[in-house]
Design a protein around this ligand. Structure first.
Ligand code: CP
Length: 302
């Protein structure tokens, strides 16, 4: 039994195998490969894309989904522990997809559970299936994963998608640029990680001047829900806004990615630019999640 809590729970070859499975699902999405399975979708934090794309993936695989997206409707609101909750859900199901605001909570759940657990985002820590769809989107648009120039912009401190993606991309010899306000700079632990992996990175402050030579612009939202002081969020939220005019001097192959939701950091005038890829990226989430579910359940779709 294998859970997916951190992207580093997968080797490079496992990641590539899942991306190939995702491509097969994109070519042929309605495959009833998991008709005998029941999968729990338990979300302790709000979500649009992750929950609905997981539930779409489960339905397209012919499996059934149970779960909740409101903790108030569960016995957790009566004081039941997370341990007892996960034990019970793993008695009923073949797999658990879980989002939770606390870092480490999904790892804990995977240790308690009798069935595989997929991390759908734990606090500011990890969001491994977002990384799989990000990698899928990068490979699809660039034709490769190796030797790319990737610029990550915005909230690099609390942005869990950034943390997972930079770890996964480290398999593929990237050059990173990080553009963030000082208060939201990439935490030291991730810089040390990249240094240990011999991955080159630079930190910059100016957005327009530093995306000219890049292949991927990975925009992120400032994570309001992680701030204890609302005034601090208000001060930082509009530090970086990508505008259509900024893309004029960029490379022809560049793609703008964003895990979404956006709240203003990509101007709507970018949406019709062929370099904008964020809505297609979110659609790729269904195929990547079908692949991740099958991989962890030991179902071959090839
Ligand atoms: N990218 C992402 O996790 O979006 P949701 O919060 O809507 O699931």
């Amino acid at each position: 039994m294998k859970s997916l809590v951190s992207i580093n729970d997968l080797s490079k070859s496992e990641i590539l195998e899942i991306l190939d499975m995702a491509a097969s699902f994109e070519a042929n999405p309605n495959r009833k490969l998991a008709e005998d399975k029941v999968i729990a979708s338990i979300f302790f934090e709000p979500s649009t894309r992750t929950r609905l794309s997981f539930e779409t993936a489960i339905n397209r695989l012919g499996a059934r989904v149970i779960g909740f997206s409101e903790v108030t409707n569960t016995s957790l609101s009566k004081g039941e522990t997370l341990k007892d909750t996960i034990t019970m859900i793993s008695n009923y199901t073949d797999m658990i997809v879980m989002r939770h605001p606390l870092e480490g909570s999904v790892r804990y759940a995977s240790e308690v559970s009798k069935v595989p657990v997929i991390n759908a985002g734990d606090g500011s820590n990890q969001h491994p299936t977002q990384t799989l769809l990000d990698l899928y989107s990068i490979r699809k648009t660039q034709g490769r994963l190796h030797d790319l120039h990737i610029t990550m912009v915005g909230d690099l401190k609390y942005g869990r998608t950034v943390h997972s993606l930079l770890m996964a991309m480290s398999h593929f010899n990237p050059v990173f640029q990080f553009i963030a306000p000082t208060e939201l700079a990439l935490p030291e632990e991730y810089k040390k990680y990249l240094t240990r992996q011999n991955i080159r990175f630079e930190e910059h402050r100016d957005l327009a001047e530093n995306i000219i030579d890049t292949d991927i612009v990975y925009m992120t939202r400032v994570q309001k829900e992680r701030f204890s002081e609302p005034v601090e969020y208000e001060k930082l939220k509009n530090t970086y806004i990508l505008r259509n005019s900024m893309l004029e001097r960029t490379k022809p192959n560049v793609k703008v990615l964003h895990p979404l939701p956006r709240v203003g950091e990509i101007s709507e005038d970018v949406d019709n630019n062929p370099k904008a890829y964020y809505f297609n990226q979110a659609k790729n989430g269904v195929y990547a999640r079908m692949a991740a579910i099958c991989y962890l359940l030991g179902i071959n779709n090839m």
